[in-house]
Write a new protein. Structure first.
Length: 218
């Protein structure tokens, strides 16, 4: 496929793409670091944008020598996320309009996110999006999360989708690598276009609202 306008379906990431959640997730990461007495950094947080919760906790435990039960660490992090997610995270400007425009035009929509099923489904319900999406794959349904391509390969297989006719929409390097590794035309949403283009994105928009304007004018 050579253009987003040829797409039969769209695969959307959630955190940082449709949901303005990264500042909330950074606050969660910072609260977790305070609880377990290590210093948070933006560089480390960037590494954690894409992996599943279990992988995040495993990374932090090894990196910061957290000698606690792995299950208790994961529950601690998960509780912080659940406490913040539905009450604080909001859609990006243009997100609802973009999804409704694509759905109305007959495009099939799927969610492909490292978020847990409980948080992802809750967010869709909260914002009235559940009927717009035909299906989803969540981070707690795969063994290897982004940048591995398993999550995209799973949604392609589960819904019998041909990668030649789909567009993935991602905001991070890990997400772009995951989508392009599955053979998908990938739209990046990020002000740092060079980074996403360098790892395989076909086109990059500074913000989701810019992508919506492009789609709306087509």
């Amino acid at each position: 496929m050579d253009s987003i306008y040829d797409a039969q379906y769209f695969l959307f990431d959630l955190d940082g793409t449709l949901a303005d959640s990264l500042s909330v997730m950074f606050a969660v990461y910072t609260a977790f670091s305070k609880k377990y007495a290590f210093t948070p950094t933006t560089q480390e947080f960037d590494i954690l944008n894409g992996p599943s919760l279990s992988e995040i906790v495993e990374y932090l435990a090894q990196k910061h020598r957290l000698h606690h039960n792995p299950e208790s660490l994961q529950k601690s992090y998960e509780d912080l996320i659940t406490e913040s997610y539905l009450s604080l995270v909001q859609p990006f400007s243009g997100a609802s309009e973009l999804l409704r425009k694509l759905h109305k035009s007959g495009k099939r929509l799927f969610l492909v996110t490292s978020s847990s099923k409980i948080n992802g489904e809750g967010f869709l319900r909260c914002h009235g999006w559940e009927q717009l999406f035909e299906g989803a794959v969540y981070g707690d349904e795969v063994k290897s999360s982004k940048p591995h391509s398993e999550i995209y390969q799973q949604v392609l297989s589960r819904y019998s989708l041909n990668p030649r006719y789909g567009v993935a929409v991602e905001d991070s390097i890990n997400g772009v690598k995951s989508a392009t590794g599955a053979g998908l035309f990938t739209v990046g949403i990020n002000q740092d276009a060079d980074s996403l283009l360098a790892c395989g994105a076909s086109i990059v928009f500074p913000a989701l609202a810019d992508f919506y304007q492009e789609v709306n004018c087509a």
